[in-house]
Design a protein around this ligand. Structure first.
Ligand code: 6LW
Length: 511
């Protein structure tokens, strides 16, 4: 059966997957965004429903002023004897921790911290009851490798010394380890080469989890480093499993550049997305991933479960429900009192503080992942007061140093609609137009692989374009420090209150 990649589009890095009978669960990294670690559920590996998040309280997820792409790094999800375990790293807090639950939809435990450093923790529940914990680390010469210890997954207690088990298979930055027990052997799968364009996945196996390991003769088992089709790059950070029909699958991260051949722009604004590929085992006990280590935007495989339905990407919130739709994220730990839904009036009031979008903090900002290049996002915005200085609108936001926003404001008692851009350390209001009122103004962002275009309407039908911003200004690999996230489409307010109605994001086409 044919299927389209990515299976989770938009910013969904470092996927990890587990199976419970005929149900599949998948988690991703979330860095400075709150809540942390989304849990997706599927029965066919194509249609994924966001069930909730592993980290939903400030106690589980302290992100106070964490740096862009700080916070939560790569997670792993595993299921053992009726309990789900999620293990990850808060690089802006105390490192590696485990939370567990018997039902992902009903919340997760408080974190238990594990006394082994590094990032990209993973768990293996062995047949004899031993639970192995792996993560990255440094040996005495400062060389990066993969360390292993035994843990109690409920208390987090480290029960053995941390031991170096592999330096990887020759690529730099061996990371993203997953230790598996397949066919009576221990398989160690790693991401190597760095998470950018040299990214790849390698595999080793041994009779003992402590090694010695032999490398797969056709490593890297997954790599787009040499792929000349230039549609998908940076494949790596994968997880693998056998479905309930005995067929094998891999999920991995990869990027789709915003440029298209022959315009070889390698940058990507949607972030690292989650892709799926079939895996076939050979007689020599080694797997072949996809098309001999390559994946594609459209692939074919013996999918489990029901025939996939069309993947729903659009989003619409008329604020008629009390609860916030699960797709919304906040920046770091939100000030919850600044977000008030008024279902009886079909509006939400955002109380802007003095914290702006350009600060490494928690401004009044609520957004959803941009899931495709071609989208149209709009909201009806009203400034709630006649005070000068309030700003409220919608933004295409990568992080506090990279964002474009169209917003209403009042300056010297004059109503205005403005466009501002922050790229690196340059911030400017690039357009500002007087308007007769700041009530029920429709603001719109239209995106394509090259531009974000900003427009407004006072009557909801005729739109005036205020300006545009290049997509490459909001790209992961274009930031001044290493970052790992993707662009959001969000509502925001600063220095006062504003009402929002009908927040709508629709995908105009899938690439
Ligand atoms: C993650 C590392 C990586 O921990 O990037 O994609 C880091 N791989 O393994 C953040 O996502």
């Amino acid at each position: 059966m044919k299927f389209k990649n990515p299976i989770l589009s938009g910013y969904h890095p470092d996927p990890s997957i587990c199976r419970v009978g005929e149900d599949y669960y998948l988690v991703n990294s979330t860095f400075e965004f709150f809540p942390g670690v989304p849990v997706y559920h599927s029965r066919n590996l194509i249609n994924w429903e966001l069930e909730g998040y592993c980290l939903t309280s400030d106690e589980q997820l302290p992100l106070e002023k964490c740096r862009p792409s700080g916070g939560i790094f790569a997670p792993t999800i595993r299921y053992h004897e009726g309990t789900f375990f999620m293990i990850t790293t808060n690089v802006s807090s105390k490192g590696n921790f485990i939370v567990h639950t018997k039902d992902p939809a009903r919340g997760w435990s408080d974190p238990v911290w594990v006394d082994q450093g590094g990032i990209d923790p993973s768990l293996l529940f062995d047949d004899d009851g031993t639970v192995y914990f792996t993560s990255t680390g440094m040996d005495e010469e400062g060389k990066q490798g993969i360390f292993l210890c035994e843990v109690d997954p409920f208390s987090g207690e480290r029960k053995t010394e941390s031991v170096l088990i592999s330096h990887g298979c020759g690529g730099r930055y061996p990371e993203g380890p997953h230790l598996y027990k397949w066919f009576g052997k221990y398989y160690l799968m790693l991401a190597e080469g760095g998470t950018e364009y040299g990214h790849m996945e390698t595999l080793q196996r041994a009779e003992s989890p402590y090694g010695p390991y032999e490398a797969c003769p056709h490593n890297p088992i997954l790599s787009h480093k040499e792929d000349t089709r230039e549609k998908i790059y940076s494949t790596g950070h994968a997880d693998m499993l056998e479905d309930h029909n005995g067929n094998w699958w891999m999920v991995c991260l990869a990027v789709r550049p915003c440029g298209e051949a022959p315009n070889r722009v390698l940058l990507h604004n949607l972030g690292r997305e989650t892709f799926l590929t079939p895996v076939v085992w050979k007689e020599d006990g080694w797997p072949v991933v996809g098309e001999h280590g390559l994946i594609a935007p459209e692939m074919e495989g013996p999918l489990p479960g029901e025939i996939p339905e069309p993947v729903k990407l659009d989003f619409f919130d008329d604020f008629g429900e009390k609860e916030f739709p699960l797709r919304y994220n906040f920046l770091r730990n939100p000030h919850r009192q600044h977000y008030v839904r008024l279902p009886q009036e079909n509006r939400m009031v955002l109380q802007g503080s003095s914290v702006t979008l350009s600060e490494c903090d928690s401004p009044t900002w609520i957004g959803i992942r941009q899931k495709e290049f071609a989208t149209e996002t709009s909201a009806i915005v009203t400034l709630n007061s006649r005070e000068n200085g309030t700003k409220a609108g919608i933004t295409a936001y990568y992080n506090d140093s990279y964002h474009y926003e169209i917003y209403l404001t009042r300056e010297a008692n004059v109503c205005k609609v403005c466009l501002a851009k922050q790229i690196h350390d340059m911030w400017a209001v690039t357009a500002c137009v007087e308007i007769e009122s700041t009530e029920h103004v429709v603001l719109k962002i239209t995106s394509d692989p090259t531009y974000y275009r900003f427009s407004y309407s006072l009557n909801g039908t005729e739109f005036t374009e205020l300006g545009s911003g290049l997509t490459v200004g909001l790209c992961t690999e274009g930031t001044r420090s290493m970052t790992f996230t993707g662009t959001y489409l969000a509502m925001f307010a600063e220095h006062g209150a504003a009402s929002f109605e009908q927040f709508h994001m629709k995908v105009l086409s899938r690439r």
